[in-house]
Design a protein around this ligand. Structure first.
Ligand code: SF4
Length: 68
């Protein structure tokens, strides 16, 4: 599955990082990034299991995390 962050909507609140540090971190510009992402903006990864990312997507106040 694919986990993706729309960084244009991210407000840098850090909720996803607090809930799911296995996947999320904040980048230098205070936008959420996905750890171990090979994408240039670190805004997406392929993962076997969404794990806690699903919970982060549900509570993100900007609703900018999508899981497909
Ligand atoms: S919870 Fe959403 S708005 Fe907050 S830092 Fe994470 S992706 Fe950005």
């Amino acid at each position: 599955m694919q986990i993706k962050i729309d960084q244009t909507k991210c407000i840098g609140c850090g909720t996803c990082v607090a809930l799911c540090p296995d996947f999320f971190d904040l980048g230098d510009d205070n936008k959420a990034i996905l750890k171990n992402s090979t994408a240039p903006q670190k805004d997406q990864i392929e993962a076997e299991n969404s794990g806690c990312a699903k919970e982060a997507a549900e509570v993100c106040p900007a609703q900018c995390i999508t899981i497909k």
